[in-house]
Design a protein around this ligand. Sequence first.
Ligand SMILES: *Cc1c(COP(=O)(O)O)cnc(C)c1O
Length: 428
Amino acid sequence: MTAEHTLADGLAASSQPVDDVLAEIAEMRVDDLDWRGGRAFSLVYNSDDADLARLEHSVADSFLHENALNPLRYRTLLRMEIELIEAAQRLLGGTAGSGSLSSGGTESIFLAVYTAREWARERGIERPRIVTAETAHPAFAKACHYLDVDQTRVSLGGDGRVDVDAVLAAVDAATCLLVASAPCYPYGVVDPVADIAAAAQERDLLCHVDACLGGWLLPFWERIGRPVEPWDFRVEGVTSISADIHKYGYVFKGVSTIQYRDPAMAKRQLFWFEDWPGGLYASQTTAGTRPAPPIAAAWAVLSHLGYEGYERLARRVATATDGFLAAIAAVDGLAVTYPPDMSVFEFGPEEGSEVDIVAVADHMDATGWALDRQPGGLHVMLSPGHDRAVNQFAADLADAVANGTRSGAAAVPYASVPGSNPGSAASG
Ligand SMILES: *Cc1c(COP(=O)(O)O)cnc(C)c1O
């Protein structure tokens, strides 16, 4: 079934039958990461819920071709978007605030940095600065790079959370925004949001909480009785929050929220262009044409799950987290780098241990696991579906530490580098 002509040679002269194209794609995909078996992490948030899958496929299919660029033409999408923003604001401890749906965490963070920059420029700061932990997601560095904003990255305390004194020491006359993560991606620990937000408020600065990862899990984590330090709009001084619905909201890719405490701050996002022969062009986010399926699916999934469903899934994530942490603790020579506040963490060699973590990673890869490699160890991010994989993980990890040897294979980078050499990169 392999076509002799590939797209890399340009378009084929004649049309190819639909079934041939589908068969070719199926063949291309055989070596792709299988996320359904509970051995993959971080790139896919597997709810492992057949009803949810049916709902998402059905809704996505029916909204496939609509365009959320002009919501006045698609009033259902407008209504869904407004309701999603309201639901997110309440979930995040706010009341009547405002925000928007974006395509993902990176865009939400971009918009938060953009509004902070505009706010700072109104105060006469031409080149503003933001202060983040060194663990803050690279989306902040990317936003600063695009937007001509400076970023000071400060060190961590002994528990992996940002050192608040270091944050304060980094504040200068150009600083407009302090950032906290809830939690940070590398270690899954929540920064001391209350302290950072209080410091921001005292100095008349903005405070953004990056809850891209935790925004759709921590509220339910708290409701099922797990300890959660205050981190959302219930904390005075928090001015904006990013939260990805396409992570622990269990919706497929392409939907996140950026929420503001003060609706006037959200208005800074609005782009308005009237001087065009095509007419008025107004937009709140960076994209023009926007896909409808992520919006419609988010509305459907939130409506379906409710608190009950999200708590049920949070319990499964908690069970998986306890199981994976216990499996790591049971192996001599391994330890979690920082005790996590959620379902995300790094583990590596215990202090003084001889364990070769690269050999462990290679052995786990060879056994069908796909643990991400970080400079300090291996990264684990758990979804509901991982609760079925705990025993296998424990057995394979013990075996990897006892028998693992380096394979010499190149590690997969956490990067997206399309173009000249697509074979060498993973999408992140
Ligand atoms: C995933 C993530 C982001 C970026 O989100 P994308 O949806 O990948 O653009 C930002 N911050 C944290 C903590 C994240 O985990």
